[in-house]
Design a protein around this ligand. Structure first.
Ligand code: HEC
Length: 188
């Protein structure tokens, strides 16, 4: 029995050692300032600070890799988060997003922060600086929501101007006049 455990331990150790030869790619792609979120959007300093501390390791090309990202299989798991995070939303490429996509991503960011889905819980274990208090969550999520609105503004103006405005107004006026006539009829 004890011999068996020793063999299993040895095999696991060898597997772990072999895993260490397969590191993750930690080369950050270049950041182009002309499309980078901070220079395109120019957010207030406190928003920029929160985003850099709580989002940028996974949603930008400015990822910092702590020592434990050298240890497989932990490194694979972290590398996967970064890959997936960048694919969903990459602040280093913000300026390349079409306006509607940018608005959508800003809105989603507001929601994810408000619902405390972002930053990922597992990330907070080793990044206390990324933990947002209730006040910060409110501030950051509202700011993202407002950003989504400004991105959308031309479209929303067009909608309200062209589509429902005439028929609603007509109907309203009609009803209103009708009501008014009825009442005056009763009264006199
Ligand atoms: C530890 C890495 C990590 C951090 C830090 C992080 N994210 Fe994410 N984020 C991910 C991953 C992985 C996904 C894709 C999987 C998912 O939705 O859970 C994601 C998805 C998202 C999405 C898309 C959600 C959807 O369902 O479409 C948004 C928006 C987002 N993150 C915003 C943020 C914001 C804003 C911050 C900072 C406040 C942040 N994230 C911090 C890893 C991270």
């Amino acid at each position: 029995m004890s011999k068996w455990i020793k063999w299993v331990g040895l095999v696991l150790l060898v597997v772990l050692l072999i895993m260490q030869f397969f590191g993750i790619d930690k080369e950050n792609p270049a950041v182009d300032p002309s499309v980078e979120f901070m220079s395109v959007v120019n957010p207030p300093q406190d928003i920029a600070d929160m985003m850099k501390a709580a989002c940028y390791d996974c949603h930008s090309h400015e990822t910092k890799y702590p020592w434990y990202t050298n240890i497989a299989p932990l490194s694979w798991w972290i590398g996967h988060h970064i890959e997936e995070g960048r694919a969903e939303l990459n602040f280093s490429e913000w300026g390349n997003y079409p306006a509607d996509k940018a608005a959508h991503k800003a809105e989603e960011s507001g929601e994810e922060v408000e619902e405390k889905h972002m930053p990922l819980k597992s990330y907070l274990i080793t990044h206390s600086e990324a933990k947002l208090n209730d006040e910060q969550i409110e501030r950051l999520s509202r700011w993202f929501m407002a950003l989504a609105d400004t991105r959308d503004v031309t479209e929303r103006v067009r909608e309200t101007e062209v589509q429902p405005a005439p028929s609603v107004e007509e109907g309203d006026e009609h009803n209103h006049n009708h009501d008014h006539d009825d009442h005056s009829g009763h009264n006199h």
